[in-house]
Design a protein around this ligand. Structure first.
Ligand code: ATP
Length: 512
């Protein structure tokens, strides 16, 4: 299966098994909006709990809040979103499709960089042990040509972006001969800026002044509550405020399933610090957040940092944690050193003093801040795409298995009576009564045991417990492991501990 086919199969699987549905599907759906079904909601909640507990329980100086989606319109003036939360868009006149101009250019550069790597690989194969990669990169004409072109376009693009030069952006697209993947033509419109915030109105007077926005990030809710939390929580710098909540962006190009949605969820933490200490804290949070990811055991090779060369006007350091999605390495989480940009601007615009008084030194200052920001939905996609496998079994059979990290699995255990008679369902029900207070479970008595195992594999249930005739005599059951498919006979009384050891979220947190 190619990565593209795998991704398609995953999207279909998510729908078939109740993880993720297109929103309003009976009306043919709504672009870039998705609903989580019964299992998707379970997985999402577990991811949120892993993040929330890691932030607020493992750090004494981080507290969590829940602020509103609607905020005073001035918030988005202070944050810079009204003036600058734009994407450059361009339309193809033939296909009538809309694209982000920056993405078209970035994809073109990525293709050239890909070409460089392929040429280097060719060289490696050709020269074998005597291959000198450094020399090859410096001297091979194909490599040099592709790299020089990539660098040239990259530099032109950076300059156009810095100067907000939309004409030049279009010119780059024209000069590079970039064609619309749908129509195959170069018939492009001008590039225009498009603000990504959704807006609506309050019912007061219906005038323009009543325009309010659906928040495009949760972070501003933290900044405007900084003073309240600091005072009421008696927080001392350094300290953090965490929040999980919905955010909305009118994305121009919303593709790739739940990777880029118009309504999505974020987990953000703002860590308030003394000015001058931000680089140290930036390093600490980079490492903390990478550990949180690696702790799930989804393979260190699937993550990488991508440090930003060009920084947003408010940041003095920024990096992305990228994950190896089926469509390549893409941003999963952002870590930004945001200086005092947000608190400083809210102070200016609101006229309220937003400062921290340091009781030890007697000085007052506007705190600096390091932010960690991750999309819940992108994390769901990372987990699902990494977990989805089609495995060939002995005897020509195959199984689809979701090897979701066990503490995140939506269903932890399935209880299965071998037959629907002879008192087996009754005993199975007793097993359920033992386990239901600790674990999300499914009870299933339909179809052959083999089919039931496959159904549980397909939704990522770490354990199946089968109750058979011997169970009536010896109070033991067979427990089957999702990943190894190994089966073991164990007393019912020990089930809880055996399952708990593998699926308890606290065990994951303990390893952090
Ligand atoms: P991108 O460059 O992919 O648009 P971004 O840099 O605009 O992302 P941030 O503003 O840093 O993203 O948002 C923080 C996190 O929120 C991202 O790392 C991502 O996980 C998530 N996120 C942002 N936009 C979306 C979206 N449209 N759909 C789903 N998740 C999103």
């Amino acid at each position: 299966m190619t990565q593209e086919e795998l991704f398609k199969a995953l999207v279909a699987h998510c729908k078939e098994y109740g993880f993720i549905f297109p929103s309003s599907e009976i009306y043919d759906g709504l672009a870039a909006v998705y609903d989580y079904g019964q299992l998707g909601a379970g997985l999402k909640n577990n991811i949120k709990k892993y993040w929330w507990d890691a932030m607020t329980r493992l750090n004494e100086n981080i507290v969590g809040i829940d602020s509103c989606i609607f905020m005073h319109p001035k918030v988005w003036v202070a944050s810079g979103h009204v003036a600058a939360f734009n994407d450059p868009l361009i339309d193809n006149k033939d296909s009538k499709k809309r694209y982000r101009a920056d993405v078209l250019i970035e994809d073109y550069i990525a293709k050239l960089q890909d070409k460089v790597e392929k040429e280097v690989e060719k060289g490696r194969k050709k020269f074998g042990d005597s291959f000198d990669e450094e020399e090859y990169r410096k001297t091979n004409p194909n490599v040099m040509r592709a790299k020089a072109k990539a660098d040239e376009v990259h530099n032109r693009y950076l300059e156009a972006e810095t100067n907000n030069d939309l004409k030049e952006m279009r010119q780059i697209i024209v000069d590079c001969g970039i064609v619309d993947p749908v129509s195959g033509t170069k018939n492009w419109t001008d590039v225009r800026q498009f603000n990504l915030m959704f807006s609506t109105q309050t019912s007061n007077t219906g005038e323009a002044a009543d325009k309010i926005y659906l928040r495009p990030e949760t972070a501003q809710g933290i900044f405007v509550e900084y003073l309240n939390v600091q005072k009421t929580g008696r927080m001392k710098i350094p300290f953090g405020i965490a929040q999980i909540g919905k955010a909305f962006r009118n994305e121009i190009v919303a593709r790739q399933f739940i990777f880029r949605m118009r309504e999505f969820e974020q987990m953000e933490m703002e860590f308030f610090i003394k000015p001058g200490t931000e680089m140290e804290w930036f390093k600490t949070w980079k490492s903390n957040r990478m550990n949180w990811h690696l702790n799930l055991g989804m393979g260190a090779e699937n993550y990488r940092f991508h440090d930003h060369e060009k920084l947003a006007h408010y940041a003095n350091a920024a990096t992305d944690i990228e994950f190896n999605f089926p469509f390549g390495f893409k941003e999963l989480e952002g870590i930004h050193s945001r200086t005092d940009f947000d608190l400083g601007n809210h102070q200016k615009l609101s006229g309220k003093k937003i400062q921290y008084f340091d009781p030890e030194t007697g000085e007052s200052y506007t705190p600096y801040c390091v932010e960690t920001s991750i999309g819940v939905d992108r994390m769901v996609l990372a987990v699902l795409s990494h977990s989805y496998h089609v495995e060939q079994l002995e005897g020509g059979e195959s199984r689809v298995v979701l090897s979701i990290p066990a503490p995140l699995a939506p269903i932890k255990v399935a209880v299965l009576p071998l037959l629907k008679k002879d008192g087996l369902p009754e005993l199975a029900q007793k097993v359920v009564d033992e386990l239901k207070f600790d674990f999300d479970y499914q009870y299933d008595e339909k179809d052959s045991i083999g089919k039931r195992y496959r159904r549980q594999d397909a939704i990522g249930t770490p354990f199946c417990v089968t109750v058979d005739h011997d169970s009536l005599e010896d109070n033991s059951v067979t427990i089957r492991d999702r990943d190894t498919m190994a089966q073991e006979r164990v007393p019912i009384a020990e089930l809880r501990d055996i399952i708990d050891k593998k699926v308890n979220l606290n065990n994951l947190l303990r390893k952090l």
